[in-house]
Design a protein around this ligand. Structure first.
Ligand SMILES: [Zn+2]
Length: 275
């Protein structure tokens, strides 16, 4: 049962405001201690982890082939190039740089990498770590045998990809299939890279990101409260798993509420925490 919530900043998303986020989050978890931290990898370097090693490991969890699982890629993969490692280094050293949205990372491998850097005194279930990260996290699906972009990877730590918030929920049926067809993104690279926000789509540097971020933090925290099943089938609940931008804007901006069942689950959890 978590009593401490640690949230790590991601400065390349300029409108992301952790103090606003933590104030709203405190309404859901009034007895938890919420603390805001600098970017996760910056902290790792300050704690003495070698930059070269971090950069090399990050480069190694990139996805080079979206239609094969990570274990197969790992066997085939050549050593990361010098350019890839330098790119990762520059992102760690300057967290305000926005990474290219078309460099893809295996979300669970990234989670394992970050998890290994959490100090042992904060690795118990009392601590929930939520890392905002600009890298585009993806997971492999055995249903259609390919990678899909994900805005949130739940677990220890949870990773919320700011690029994933913009890119993972599909835009609409005319443009995109549900979740992410990378070939389409690839062919629209330039048009999409500078995406502006509109009333229908979330863009980079969009002030709505904070309300949306709360929804993803709630999913990351309910992962622990619900034994690994944080998503809701009710389409107006904040825990609804949005596959479309319209779902995201409806649940996190327009309605902004948990359903009755999840409100009750939360009340029960709050009562356990204060007992
Ligand atoms: Zn619900």
């Amino acid at each position: 049962m978590f009593r401490y919530i640690h949230i790590y900043h991601e400065p390349s998303t300029t409108k992301l405001d952790l103090s606003e986020i933590s104030q709203e989050l405190a309404n859901f978890f009034p007895t938890c201690e919420i603390d805001l931290r600098p970017p996760f990898l910056q902290g790792c370097c300050e704690n003495g982890q070698p930059l070269d090693m971090l950069a090399e490991t990050l480069a190694s969890v990139r996805i080079s082939e979206i239609k094969s699982p990570y274990c197969d890629q790992e066997n085939r993969r050549k050593k990361s190039t010098i350019e890839e490692v330098l790119y990762e280094k520059s992102l760690i050293l300057n967290a305000s740089l926005r990474p290219a949205p078309f460099v893809l990372y295996d979300g669970f491998m990234l989670q394992r990498l970050y998890g290994a850097s959490i100090p042992s005194e904060e690795s118990s279930t009392e601590h929930a770590h939520v890392i905002f990260d600009p890298r585009l996290t993806c997971t492999f699906s055995e249903e259609d045998w390919r990678y899909h972009a994900r805005a949130v990877i739940c677990g220890t730590p949870s990773i919320i990809s700011s690029t994933g918030i913009v890119e993972a929920p599909a835009k609409n049926k005319e443009f995109y299939l549900p979740e992410i067809p990378f070939e389409v993104m690839e062919s629209n690279k330039e048009r999409l890279a500078g995406r502006e926000s509109t009333s229908e789509f979330v863009g980079y540097n969009d002030s709505r990101i904070n309300s949306i971020a709360i929804g993803y933090i709630l999913q990351a925290l309910f992962f622990f409260i619900t034994d690994g099943y944080p998503f809701c089938h009710y389409k107006n609940c904040r825990l609804y798993n949005a596959h479309w931008q319209s779902d995201l804007l409806r649940t996190q901006i327009k309605i902004k509420k948990l359903c009755k069942r999840h409100r009750d689950v939360l009340l029960y959890y709050q009562s356990l925490l204060s007992s």
